[in-house]
Ligand binder design. Structure first.
Ligand code: GAL
Ligand code: ZN
Length: 662
């Protein structure tokens, strides 16, 4: 089977989306010349070119693409060829309105934008597959072809009648064709929702009041599965035509309606699109979490498939990146396992909805700061070939599960404000401050490689996953469980007998009531281990049953309530965090659990906004802020700028060091 190494071939990949169909032919030659100057070695071609390739139903216009691929190949630039199926041409929607998606209000969405298709539509799928098949046949043997890029940011969700039928079909297979099993799983005895025929079941469209949560959860699962199918049908055709060419599809940031783990298992290369807000001083925290997630999903190196060289066009105000910021953000991805740094897009569009989105070649042309920074980055990535394929070793893991994430976001809960990614980011940032590298794993993953596992938010848990985490502790691991975890089973049914039922024994406690705090309210807590701190968002009425109370509410009517507990279980330790501690207390707690678990970081005492990650033998130290900082370093040499450093070293704003021992 083919994999990422077939694309990287020993070097870091550098490039971007190339949309030559937006430009006259004369520009193509200059493009290739500039790509060479910038050190670009791979471009993604054709992402939104369906209407150009198939101008009328069944027609094929491949001539321009032949020419582009030949030109690129002559220039030594490899191609990640996309199937253009994320934006069907108007003729498809016009002739077959039933291929257009329908939202939860029953409104059909129109063409004139992109993403206008129903993932379940057999007509859409047939047209998409036919074009993908022809692309595979025509370009499968082209020497420029290095990778296939299926669709773009799969994320479409549809509530139409075709999707409804597909949903029923999916449910029949999930519930073994047993309607009673579905009625049981959805607990339809409540509010007289019992189904007497499969035909009665609908997607969760707008209804007078709260919609059955298990139905909503299954629809989430189904929508993800429908997108997986769209990917798989294309992948199978491409793979049959070109078994040696790796296949990817790019993830839409961190929050798409798609189980990324299920998709990652089905593709050869995991790729991620990521657009941090250049004005957010903490943006690197979420970037770091996302990059670690991608590496974990890939089980190794991954592709940063899209990012912006400077501004995007879709925030309310779209700031340009500061000088050096592009470099710091790009090398951050490399430090956390990316073997590719690519951008949307090569040349900024001159018209259309994204004309104010930055490109590698801006409107100003190559005589510009951005293009100079792009060229410098290309040159530096070429120097860093030794990290290609290198691993990031982790003794700690964070737990993220899509079912649980979807379930905790359902309505009518104790609080509507549980932010799963935010809770992961809190712990991730605290670990990062300690220089501790972290994977992001499934709750039922093999945890034997880790000493510390943190599950900040794991509302839904299967029996297997609960047993896995519990036995991790019993066998000597350190587990940290965040509040509102282990509450429901896979059908969103409460696990009875005191929360969190499957973890009570390991945690040595029992919760009777949830007691979320009003927005903005904090309570003072005290702890000998963590110091005094402010807690927000969540409290519980809980009773230790063997656990030691590490922190409790210090004042007010809730004084004495435990908020952090620690319990020896088997040969390991289980911590429970029943609130949202302030960042200082979270940092102290994280330091303590790392000590407990015997986990150490690559560099301690990092100033705020500085990260240190070891990949292979290279230690990347990155200043994510605009102001210079000083860091304490071991004696080493910077692979990027060549200088030696040892002891207190000044790191410029957005400065990056790629250090190896002397
Ligand atoms: C991505 C997309 C690109 C471009 C980019 C703009 O979501 O894949 O085609 O639209 O956003 O930031
Ligand atoms: Zn549909």
């Amino acid at each position: 089977m083919s994999d990422i190494a077939d694309v990287t071939r020993g070097r870091l990949v550098f490039g971007g989306d190339y949309n030559p169909e937006q430009w006259p032919r004369e520009v193509w030659r200059e493009d290739v010349e500039l790509m060479r100057r910038a050190g670009v070695n791979l471009v993604t071609v054709g992402v939104f070119s369906w209407a150009r390739l198939e101008p009328t139903p069944g027609a094929r216009d491949f001539g321009w693409l032949d020419e582009v691929l030949d030109l690129l190949h002559a220039g030594g630039i490899a191609v990640d060829l996309a199937t253009p199926t994320a934006s069907p041409p108007p003729w498809l929607g016009h002739r077959h309105p039933e291929t257009l998606p329908v939202d939860a209000d029953g409104r059909r969405l129109l063409y004139g934008s992109r993403n206008q298709f129903c993932p379940s539509s057999p007509i859409y799928r047939r047209h998409a597959l036919s074009l993908a098949t022809d692309l595979a046949e025509r370009y499968g043997g082209h020497p420029a072809l290095a990778m296939w890029h299926v669709d773009n940011e799969l994320c479409e969700v549809c509530h139409c009648d075709v999707s409804a039928a597909h949903f029923r079909h999916w449910l029949r297979s999930r519930y073994g064709d047993d309607l009673a099993a579905l009625n049981e799983a959805w607990h339809t005895v409540f509010w007289s929702q019992r189904y007497s025929d499969w035909a009665e079941i609908m997607p969760p469209r707008r209804a007078p009041y709260l919609i059955n949560p298990a139905q909503q959860l299954d629809f989430r699962r189904f929508s993800s599965a429908a997108l997986l199918e769209c990917f798989e049908v294309q992948r199978d055709v491409l793979r049959a035509a070109t078994p040696d060419i790796p296949i990817t599809t790019n993830f839409l940031g961190l929050d798409a309606p798609l189980d990324y783990r299920a998709l990652a298992e089905r593709e050869d290369v995991v790729s991620h699109d990521w657009y941090p807000d250049p004005t957010n001083p903490a943006a690197h925290e979420m970037s770091g979490l996302g990059f670690d997630l991608m590496r974990s999903l890939a089980g190794g190196p991954w592709f940063l498939m899209e990012g912006a060289t400077s501004a995007v066009n879709w925030r309310r105000r779209n700031a340009a990146k500061a000088p050096g910021q592009l470099r710091a953000e790009s090398l951050h991805a490399v430090a956390r396992g990316a073997d590719a740094v690519c951008f949307f897009q090569w040349r900024a569009s001159r018209a259309g909805a994204e004309k104010y989105h930055s490109g590698m070649v801006p409107h100003a042309g190559p005589d510009s700061r951005i293009f100079r920074e792009v060229c410098e980055l290309g040159a530096e990535l070429a120097e860093l070939h030794e990290v290609v394929d290198a691993e990031v070793e982790c003794e700690a893991a964070l737990v993220l599960d899509w079912d649980s994430w979807w379930a905790v976001r359902l309505d009518a809960h104790p609080t509507a404000d549980i932010d799963v990614l935010g809770r992961l980011r809190g712990f991730h940032a605290a670990l990062t401050r300690l220089g501790v590298a972290v994977d992001v794993v499934a709750p039922d993953a093999d945890l034997s490689a880790y000493r510390l596992v943190i599950a900040p938010s794991l509302y839904l848990v299967t029996d297997d996953a609960a047993a896995n985490l519990t036995s991790f502790v019993a066998r000597g691991g350190t587990l940290v469980l965040g509040y509102f975890s282990g509450i429901v089973d896979e059908h969103d049914h409460i696990r009875l007998g005191g929360y969190p039922a499957p973890f009570r024994e390991a945690l040595g406690l029992r919760i009777e009531e949830f007691d979320p705090l009003p927005e903005g309210e904090t309570v003072r807590c005290s702890s000998t281990l963590l110091g005094g701190f402010e807690a927000r968002d969540w409290l519980e009425e809980l009773r230790p049953e063997g656990a030691e109370v590490v922190a409790e509410v210090a004042e007010g009517r809730r004084a004495g309530r435990p908020v952090v507990l620690r319990h020896e279980f088997g040969t390991g330790t289980a911590w429970y965090v029943a609130t949202e501690p302030d960042p200082t207390a979270l940092a102290a707690l994280t330091r303590q659990v790392c000590t407990d678990a015997g986990v150490t970081g690559v560099l301690d005492g990092l100033p705020a906004g500085v990260t240190a990650t070891r990949r292979g033998r290279v230690l990347f130290v990155i200043n994510h802020g605009p102001d210079p900082v000083s860091v304490e370093l071991p004696a080493c040499v910077d692979l990027l700028r060549g200088g030696r450093c040892a002891g207190r070293t000044e790191l410029a704003g957005f400065g990056v060091l790629a250090l190896v021992g002397e």
